[in-house]
Design a protein around this ligand. Structure first.
Ligand code: 8DG
Length: 130
């Protein structure tokens, strides 16, 4: 089974977390689900470079990586993934959605109100217990 490595940014602003909604996808289990912005690591790319690159591409903002958070290993029906998550902030939060269809800034106790991609559940749980 295909194995992908993904980086995800947990972007924090005033104690709220940026949650973004994926567009429609042929895999119904990730289609229109909420996630943390990010994407696949390129060949031999350092993880910090990957997350900064993905957020610049997806949201058009420059983020600061504060610390690494949970690493999730998850198996979907069609592929396996390892996802590295990072707590991040930004100097300018004026982002543009270039790929996602919606976003929400939520307080930690509100995070479980969204329909998350299954791989994100361990990250959400960790944030909620902070
Ligand atoms: N970025 C991100 N991807 C996630 C999360 N949760 C989750 O299951 N995924 C899955 C969805 C996708 O199958 C995969 C990330 O791939 P992607 O398609 O967003 O990555 P990419 O931007 O590099 O896309 P592409 O170049 O292949 O179009 O990881 C998450 O919180 N953030």
């Amino acid at each position: 089974m295909k194995h992908i490595e993904v980086v995800a940014a947990i972007i924090v602003k005033d104690d709220k977390y940026l949650c973004v909604q994926r567009p429609w996808n042929k895999y119904n289990y990730i289609s229109e689900k909420f996630e943390f912005p990010g994407g696949k690591i390129e060949h031999e790319e350092p993880k910090i470079d990957a997350i900064k690159r993905e957020i610049l591409e997806e949201l058009k903002i420059d983020i600061n990586v504060i610390e690494e958070s949970v690493t999730v290993n998850h198996e979907y029906p069609d592929f396996k993934m390892t996802m590295y998550s990072f707590i991040c902030d930004a100097n300018d939060y004026n982002f543009e959605l270039t790929e996602h269809i919606d976003y929400k800034w939520l307080k930690k106790e509100e995070l479980d109100t969204l329909d998350w991609a299954a791989a994100d559940i361990p990250i959400v749980e960790k944030l909620m217990e902070k």
